[in-house]
Ligand binder design. Structure first.
Ligand code: 4AD
Ligand code: MG
Length: 468
């Protein structure tokens, strides 16, 4: 029986022993060219960015070659030989060709190269077959694998937090409801309000915006955990950096303080970027050529630089001075404002020219759970700010004092019925702890050089769009 090989194997491994033997490859046709004496078919099977070249005799395969056009799926059996042409080491001399699926050239949308990203989003079911999306999706896998490896090597446990929850971790009120009540005729209580007690879970529930609160239960029992799963935000942000459904990695560590937290944040990102450089060079070279020609240089520079630690108050001073010297910001800056992405990018791209970990934010602009500083004004929150991306990580040391946490929950009117179990971690064996969340697609933007977050996830969910 002739054996099938994946193209990545044939082009990457030492295949001397296979030369001049018969093998099978299967995949999708990228291009077909040639003349009456010889036909060349470039086949890609998704295992690697490169195609393998199939050489076929037009006289022998007249019928098959007529059916083979860009996008068709074929299987080829033939002899693996050293390539005559430049550009590839080996090629296949076809002896048998099977056409699994034709792709009608009059309607198949991916005929020529150079479609716009907007157009490709409209054909999200087919764009995965382009070189660009192949590269991005292979890198997505590599990054996910690197994330699990990083934490496993350091003794963290992968901890699964629920997607359906009753608590709004970030307190922004941007949750998607989960309900099986009849929307036309929901049950009502005595006051005429919807009676969530009669809903599936006996209470109001929604899709989670973060696994952190449950993650803290993991950290305060197992020591070090991380989550890696989908999160949902019903925020109406139509920007190149926001999704309504995105993946987040949330490590949570007992006995970490602000220093050890920011150290881990920096080590983690550098590890992932280094992994991309070590394991994804074929795809990176393609993206560097086609999408962003400073990509590889930028990735290398992040691996080699120390990230800045910048207290919010100092960051505001730098921005105020820039504004005073005439730098135009769309949104005004003063102590207390939540930084806009233009401010973050000014600090990272103009002022420091390297990643910045901003710390000690005003408590009013951060979530209730962050550890309060003695100044009574700031909390030990950390945002990691990156060139082009802005915020890539948000994290903090957690408030471990029961009294301070309760007071903050009351100040913010967070309903106690949702928080009793979280407060119990501070009532029984409370411990100093810290954690952060890395937006997986923000990381993917950085390591691929893609400009829009809709193009680094297979099937993006954004306001007004849940196709495919
Ligand atoms: O800063 P955020 O809101 O922090 C949290 O959710 C914390 N509970 C994390 C923690 O401490 N465990 O979100 C964390 C990260 C952001 O820095 C950003 O990278 C990403 O999640 N993110 C988004 N990515 C894509 N689309 C969105 N709408 C995002 N919102 C946040
Ligand atoms: Mg944030």
């Amino acid at each position: 029986m002739t054996k099938r090989f994946e193209i990545a194997y044939l082009l990457k491994e030492d295949v001397k022993a296979l030369l001049n033997t018969n093998i099978i490859v299967k995949g999708w046709v990228r291009t077909k060219r040639g003349n009456k004496n010889v036909a060349f078919i470039a086949v890609n099977d998704g295992s690697i960015i490169h195609n393998i070249q199939v050489v076929a005799d037009p006289a022998k395969f007249e019928e098959e070659l007529r059916r083979i056009t860009t996008g068709a799926c074929i299987g080829v059996e033939g002899k693996l030989v050293e390539s005559q042409g430049s550009g590839q080491a080996v090629e296949i001399q076809a002896e048998k060709i099977v056409v699994y699926g034709e792709a009608d050239p009059d309607s198949y949308p991916l005929q020529k190269k150079g479609h716009s990203m907007e157009f490709l989003r409209e054909i999200g079911h087919l764009r995965l077959r382009t070189n660009t999306f192949g590269a991005v999706m292979r890198m997505r896998h590599e990054m996910a694998y690197a994330i699990h490896t990083f934490f496993h090597e350091r003794g963290f446990f992968y901890f699964h937090t629920p997607l359906i929850t009753a608590s709004d971790c970030e307190g922004a009120g941007e949750m998607f409801h989960v309900s099986t009540l009849d929307p036309e005729n929901p049950p009502r209580d005595k006051e005429g309000k919807i009676d969530w007690e009669q809903d599936f879970f006996g209470k109001f529930t929604a899709l989670t915006v973060s696994g952190q609160l449950e993650g803290e239960l993991g950290a305060t029992s197992l020591g070090k955990i991380y989550t890696f799963g989908p999160t949902f935000r019903a925020e109406n942000s139509n920007t190149p950096r926001h999704l309504a459904e995105f993946w987040m990695i949330e490590p949570e560590m007992a006995f970490y303080d602000l220093d050890s937290l920011t150290q881990l944040e920096e080590e983690f990102i550098k590890y992932l970027v280094r992994w991309a450089l070590d394991h994804c060079m074929d795809d990176l070279e393609f993206l560097n050529k086609m999408i962003d020609n400073s990509l590889i240089e930028r990735l290398k520079s992040v691996v080699d630089t120390d990230f800045v630690r910048l207290p919010y108050t100092e960051g505001i001073k730098i921005l105020e001075e820039a504004a005073a010297k005439g730098h135009k910001f769309e949104f005004p800056v003063s102590w207390g404002v939540d930084l806009a992405s233009e401010h973050e990018r000014y600090l990272v791209e103009h002022h420091f020219k390297k990643p910045v970990i901003m710390i000690d934010y005003p408590k009013e602009i951060k979530a209730f759970y962050m550890k309060q500083n003695d100044d009574g004004k700031t909390v030990q929150g950390t945002d990691v700010l990156f060139p082009q991306i802005g915020e890539i990580i948000g994290g903090s040391v957690r408030e471990e004092s029961y009294d301070k946490l309760l007071k903050r929950i009351e100040e913010l009117n967070i309903p106690m019925k949702d928080m009793w179990w979280y407060l119990d971690t501070r009532r029984y064996g409370s411990c100093p702890h810290a954690g952060f969340g890395l937006g997986f697609e923000r990381l993917m933007l950085f390591v691929t050089g893609m400009a829009n977050i809709r193009d680094v996830i297979p099937f993006p969910r954004t306001p007004g769009n849940a196709n495919f």
